[in-house]
Every structure is written in structure tokens, then in C-alpha cells.
Write a protein that binds this ligand. Structure first.
Ligand code: HEM
Length: 451
């Protein structure tokens, strides 16, 4: 697992196929591929994804340089047809002045003060879920967490309620995840946009369901504001926003930002919570500390936003789950003219990749990396990982806008549900599927046991 090159290790990068480069190995298992590049070739490895030549970085300081330079000497990478279908030209996929304008538009809805105002809704939704659970029942953890975080995202960001509509939305999200994963790992990434494939048809159908949901909440919002009930949520801000000529955003722009935040706002948090429960299920000591902390700090009452700061162990559980299973498992950028990293030139047009998955599982920064140990993050822990060794939210100018939202939500949901239930999914961890986010490959069945 170490990346210190032993004598005789091959240097440079892996040999690739004509045209395909290293695509077959990447497509087979991208997560293992990145770990093997690091272990076999070191911290700076040239490789190619089809015709695209690139470098994998595995040193935290290089990752820090890359993230800091995106939007100056690097630009985000074009990520293919399927992601564009889903996110349109939203903030995640736009660049330059267009990106700056969109980021400024979205940011106020996820500022710490605004997130504090969402906490009560997060707790209320989690409490309603706990109220519907019965001791001894079997649940699918991933499905329950997806529905919960969906409901929270729709209520906090759009002032609406997805009640009754969660099932088709979850099914559409699952299809989109599969198709995005398949495109990213196959040659279809390089197919022109006019080519039709069965996968693209499935993706179009899934996006249509999500579009319908967004259209529904936009219409609900418009009806509320024409009745004089302006809402101070993300959608309200997008609808009220004016461009430099004083005009409103187009319907398409509102749709693109809404869906970006909707997906960013629930998909990542639902997988974080699923993995956290699964890790806790296999770690009785960590679980006991969680129960003790919740008893001591909350004593049976529901948490508030202020309790986020009072629950250090719960926060460490989330941080450690994000380390072992970072929902965004790959970050990439393309060098513009004159780029360099670690003092080495990166030719214009080169793709540069860095992977939270392989960095978080590098024993140089995290000894015994597969082990779930929230105590790694104790304030007085003997060894601290270097900056950028843990980067589930990216970093630099394009760092995740919703990090605070996600952390507060994950901690409050664990606190509400963890006070009442232990989600017993056994000790064996589910396999992983690297789609748009890092998903469990199979359902995660669990028995509800009183905490
Ligand atoms: C555990 C949960 C989350 C994780 C792990 C996560 C991770 C990330 C990462 C790694 C990036 C940067 C991607 C890159 O540089 O290529 C990002 C960007 C972004 N995230 Fe998150 N995210 C999470 C939750 C959220 C939430 C809850 C929201 C919104 C409410 C959100 C909104 C965004 C947006 C808008 C961007 C684009 C920022 C930009 O390009 O300027 N994320 N996220």
C-alpha cells in the first residue's frame, strides 16, 4: 500500500493500448487502478484515458497546488455527454466569468448562517423518519438515507416537499448514477453527442423525471410568490436574480442551478450517511462512544444547530466515513498554458487527476487505512495527516459550496436516529460502485435495534 518506490520499481507510467491507452484497466476497476498506479509507479504517474493523456497525482501538496490553481493555470475538465444532460451548464460544469457569476448566485443559499436556519428542518425530517421505524424491522439503509436527504434538500433549498414523489426520483437517480458510471468508464465518453445508444436513452428518460420534479417545485414557488409569499431559499434567490442587463435568469439557467444543488445537496450526503451507518455497524466501540455522547449532550431531546459544535465524536464519525468512502472519488482538471505542479512543467492540454479514494487510503497519511477509527481525528491525536491528504470536499476556489450543509446534516441525522436506533447491517462492508458518487454496489439491509 505504500507509495515509496522500492528498488527495481518501474518508473514512468503503465504501458497502454493504441487509441485506448489505459482505458481497459481503468474501466475494469477505476479505484483499484488508481491505487495500483500509486503503488507501482509513485506519486506522479503519466497514463491515458483513451486519447486523453494525463497524470495522476498522489502527494497531498501536489493536490493542494492543483486545487488552488483551478480557474487560473488549470481549468475543469469536460466530463462528457451524460453529465451535461444532467447538470446542463450549472455552476459545477461552467468556467471563467460564467462560473464566477453562478457561484456568487448560489453561495448565499448555503452560507453558514443560512445552513443554521435549515437545521430545524433537517432534525424534523430525521425525527419523522425515526417515528416511522419499528424495532426489529428490516430496512435498506441506502434507500432510507436517500429518501431522507432528498426530502431535506427539497424542503431547505426549494421550500417544497417531495412526499410521495421520492420513489420515482430515487429510481431516476439510480439510473443516472449507473449511466454516468458506465459512460465515464467506457469509450462512450468520447462519442459525439449526436450518437444514440441504449444507455443514452435510459439517461434521457431519467433526466426527464428529475426535470419534471424541478419544474414542479419551480411552479410551486412561482405560485407562492405571485400570492405574495416570497421565499428566502435557493430557488427564491434564483428566480429573483437579475443579470448585468437587469433581466431574470432563463428557465434553463434556473433549472440547471436547481438540479445541480438538488443532486449535490442530497446524493453525496445520502451515501455519506449510508457508509457511516455501515461502518458503525461493524465497530461496537465507536458505536458505544456515539451513544454515550448523544446521551450526555442531548439526554433524549432533539438536537439543534448549536449541538453540532457540542458533538465532537459524532463529527469525527462523519469525517472518518468521508475518509474511507469519499462520495466524490475523483477530481480532475486540464492544464492551460504554462502550468506546473511541484516545480514540474505540465504541458498545456494535459489532464491532471487526483483521487480522494486513493489518497485517503494511503498508509503514509493514514496508518491502517481500511480501519474505521474516528479517534484519528481527536484534537490531541499523536499524528495528524498533512493538509490535502483528506479532501472529500475538494479545495481552492472551486471547493464544495455545500460542505457546511452536508456536515451539519450528516451530524444532526446521526444524532436524531442514533439516539433511538442501531442500524445492524452486520460487520461485512458492502462493495463499492464508482458512479457519479461512490455508491454501495448492493442494497444495505439492516435490522433496527433499539439503541
Ligand atoms: C458529503 C457531501 C458532499 C461532498 C463529499 C461534496 C464534494 C464536492 C467536491 C469534491 C466538489 C468539487 C469538485 C471538483 O473540484 O471537481 C464539490 C463541488 C460542489 N458542491 Fe459538493 N459535496 C457534498 C455536498 C454538497 C451539498 C450538500 C451541496 C449543496 C447544498 C453541494 C454543492 C456543491 C456545488 C455547487 C459545487 C460546485 C462548486 C464550484 O464548482 O464552484 N455539495 N462538492
Amino acid at each position: 500500500m505504500t507509495a515509496t518506490l522500492p528498488p527495481g520499481t518501474r518508473t514512468g507510467g503503465p504501458r497502454g493500448w493504441p487509441l485506448l491507452g489505459n482505458l481497459p484497466a481503468f474501466a475494469r476497476d477505476p479505484l483499484a487502478f488508481f491505487e495500483s498506479l500509486r503503488d507501482d509507479y509513485g506519486d506522479w504517474v503519466p497514463w491515458s484515458l483513451g486519447p486523453r493523456r494525463g497524470i495522476l497525482l498522489s502527494r497531498p501538496e501536489h493536490t493542494g497546488e492543483l486545487l488552488g490553481a483551478v480557474e487560473s493555470t488549470f481549468k475543469p475538465m469536460e466530463l462528457g455527454w451524460a453529465l451535461h444532460q444532467l447538470l446542463g451548464n450549472g455552476v459545477v460544469v461552467s468556467t471563467g466569468d460564467d462560473w464566477r457569476r453562478k457561484r456568487a448566485l448560489v453561495q448565499p443559499a448555503v452560507r453558514p448562517r443560512q445552513v443554521a436556519s435549515y437545521a430545524a428542518t433537517m432534525v424534523e425530517c430525521a425525527d419523522a423518519l425515526a417515528g416511522s421505524w419499528r424495532e426489529g424491522a428490516r430496512i435498506d439503509v441506502h434507500q432510507e438515507m436517500a429518501r431522507l436527504t432528498q426530502r431535506i434538500a427539497v424542503r431547505t433549498l426549494f421550500g417544497s416537499d417531495a412526499a410521495g414523489r421520492e420513489a420515482p426520483i430515487s429510481a431516476a437517480m439510480a439510473t443516472a448514477q449507473r449511466e454516468l458510471g458506465a459512460e465515464f468508464r467506457g469509450l462512450t465518453l468520447f462519442l459525439p453527442s449526436w450518437v444514440r445508444t441504449p444507455g443514452r436513452r435510459r439517461m434521457r428518460e431519467a433526466v426527464a423525471v428529475l426535470d419534471e420534479e424541478i419544474e414542479y417545485v419551480i411552479r410551486e414557488h412561482e405560485a407562492a410568490s405571485s400570492a405574495g409569499a416570497e421565499r428566502d431559499d435557493l430557488l427564491g434567490r434564483l428566480l429573483a436574480a437579475r443579470d448585468e442587463h437587469g433581466g431574470p435568469l432563463s428557465r434553463k439557467e434556473v433549472r440547471d442551478e436547481s438540479i445541480t444543488l438538488y443532486i449535490g445537496g442530497h446524493e453525496t450526503t445520502s451515501t455519506t450517511l449510508t457508509w457511516a451507518w455501515q461502518l458503525l455497524s461493524g465497530a461496537p466501540e465507536a458505536r458505544a462512544r456515539l451513544t454515550q455522547e448523544l446521551d450526555r449532550v442531548l439526554g433524549g431531546r432533539l438536537p439543534t444547530h448549536e449541538d453540532y459544535a457540542r458533538l465532537p465524536w459524532t463529527r469525527q464519525v462523519v469525517k472518518e466515513a468521508l475518509r474511507i468512502y469519499p462520495p466524490v472519488w475523483l477530481i480532475s482538471a486540464v492544464a492551460a498554458q504554462g502550468a506546473s505542479i511541484g516545480g514540474r512543467a505540465v504541458p498545456a492540454g494535459t489532464a491532471v487527476w487526483t483521487s480522494p479514494w486513493s489518497m485517503h487510503r494511503d498508509e503514509r497519511w493514514f496508518p491502517d487505512p481500511e480501519a474505521f477509527r474516528p479517534e484519528r481525528w481527536d484534537a490531541d491525536a499523536p499524528r495528524r495527516a498533512p493538509d490535502h491528504a483528506w479532501f472529500p470536499f475538494g479545495g481552492g476556489p472551486r471547493a464544495c459550496l455545500g460542505a457546511r450543509f452536508a456536515l451539519v446534516e450528516a451530524v444532526l441525522v446521526l444524532a436524531v436516529l442514533g439516539q433511538r436506533f442501531h442500524l445492524d447491517s452486520g460487520t461485512e462492508r458492502a462493495g463499492v460502485f464508482p458512479g457519479l458518487t461512490l455508491q454501495p454496489r448492493t442494497p444495505v439491509p439492516a435490522t433496527l435495534v433499539a439503541a
